[in-house]
Design a protein around this ligand. Structure first.
Ligand SMILES: [Zn+2]
Length: 88
């Protein structure tokens, strides 16, 4: 019978999992690393979804970061356009 590679991939222990994803701030940091590894605006794929601008500022609204494009004022967040959109 063929071995299922998914089943035998290395996992995380619970303490290791909590170290990476134990708080909302750690989850946001992990998502930011995955979405904008070099930082928002650093590469063409990671620029403003509206106008492609790289310059931005970070606003904080009720605890979550909002990234605002300096050129067109388009606002986006870490979870916008991801599977986490519209979640709390
Ligand atoms: Zn823009």
């Amino acid at each position: 019978m063929a071995m299922n590679r998914i089943q035998f991939q290395p996992g995380l222990s619970l303490p290791e999992f909590y170290k990476l994803f134990g708080t909302e701030a750690l989850c946001a940091a992990a998502l930011q690393r995955a979405r904008w590894p070099e930082g928002f605006g650093k590469t063409p794929r990671q620029r403003c979804p509206d106008c492609g601008g790289a310059a931005h500022c970070i606003l904080r609204s009720s605890g979550s970061k909002v990234f605002q494009c300096n050129a067109c004022r388009h606002q986006t967040s870490l979870i916008a356009g991801t599977v986490f959109q519209s979640t709390k």
